[in-house]
Write a protein that binds this ligand. Sequence first.
Ligand code: NAD
Length: 457
Amino acid sequence: MLRSQPNRRDFIRARSRRPGGGPAAASVPLDPGPSTAWATPAGAPSETVRFGMIGIGMQGTGLLATAIRLPGVECAGACDLYDGRHVRANEIIQEVTGRSVPTTRRYQDLLDNKEIDCVVVAVPDHWHQQIIVDACNAGKDVYCEKPMTHRVAEGFEIISAADKNNRIVQIGSQRRSSIVYAKARELVGQGAIGDVVLVEGGMGRNDPCGAWVYPPPPDLSPQNLDWETWQGDAPKRPFDPIRFARWRGFQDYGEGIPGDLFVHVLTGIHYVMNVTAPPARALSVGGLFRWKDDGRDQPDEMATLYDYPSFRAVIRVTLNTDLAEVTRFLGTRGMIEIRDDRLTLSPQDGQDHEPCYYTESYPEKMHAAYVRQWHEEHDRPPGTAQAISASSFHAPPGYNDDREHLWNFFQSVRTRQPSVEDARFGNHTAIGCHMANYSYFRRTVAVWDESAREIKG
Ligand SMILES: NC(=O)c1ccc[n+]([C@@H]2O[C@H](COP(=O)([O-])OP(=O)(O)OC[C@H]3O[C@@H](n4cnc5c(N)ncnc54)[C@H](O)[C@@H]3O)[C@@H](O)[C@H]2O)c1
């Protein structure tokens, strides 16, 4: 991995490699594709893409460390509201390039900088829309972390700003660039598991860090953090280091479990199943059972049923039990299971393999006649049986879909080809997250109304 620090996904992967964490079947390595071109030297200087980094916290540090190692990509400035993260940004950049970049608390400084082609944004969710729209209006392309929005209406404002300014917008759900999910999409498209009628996915954690009980930086103060700006359009509160570090647990800034974790599962499902609209309906249950001490108002347990026109999905995430991250596509001809970077295809023929047990309730003579006839019609001639094989595919060692996803973005900036996860795609998964929360908090079925562009109860 290129990251200087393992991120939560690395941690999840490492955990799921524990004994019992995955199938041991022989597995075919997947081809990482054109990105092997990374081995070639960077292009001419004119092809260098210069980005500004906005938000250098837990995710931003990883994105920055990954992006500056990509050929032909340079960081030209970094922005954060907390000065400690200016130091961190330059520590990361110095280690790789031996130089440092200008830092600022005002992201507008990066948008005004003519040397900068695009921005990579990793700020809390309540700031996404404003920064994406401002960046598009300033003529910058944008990579912004998931979920794309904090509120439903923001998604349409982002789409409109990207369209109006002809900007590349890519949302940071890295599964959209994963070769494992691409393989699943190919197999589903080929009909390898027949008609997919249900998808199930989820994950679980059982530790304070996994439950977002992050320790705020010890020196954090109103002197080194612009707390007023950090709060954005949320209700103003006195300086609060807990809210700064654990914003995911508060509705004012994030979307809790759906925005943090469902969004990854939804991205995989929408990509594999070629979904081009929000879910039609959602119904959630959950609760805040354990991680209450920091005053959060988001649940630590949620399960949601989604209704799509051609299939159903069930997503469940718990912060109270450690579970592997698994998504299963269930079809009339078998199942595809994705467990971290490994995909297993288990075909099924959908036929009876022995006389139906219902007929044991027939009178004996009738049952015997049925069984005899069944065998006459179904038994294979001796020597013709074939084993039904399961196939397994995995990403090559060292594969990192964060890096693939960033690379795809910078390639779009260079070539002006559409991004792999544009604002429309990001909006559909974000709306799926908002629908889960709408249903949970209002205790009703959430229904997507496309003409009103609203969730209704
Ligand atoms: N794709 C993934 O796997 C993944 C993983 C983790 C986080 N994320 C996403 O990344 C984003 C950031 O999450 P995080 O955990 O890094 O948060 P964080 O709190 O660790 O870091 C966010 C940083 O943004 C800064 N910030 C806030 N508002 C700002 C503004 N207006 N201008 C400049 N800087 C500002 C904060 O000071 C902070 O340093 C979120 O949207 C989150 O959902 C994605």
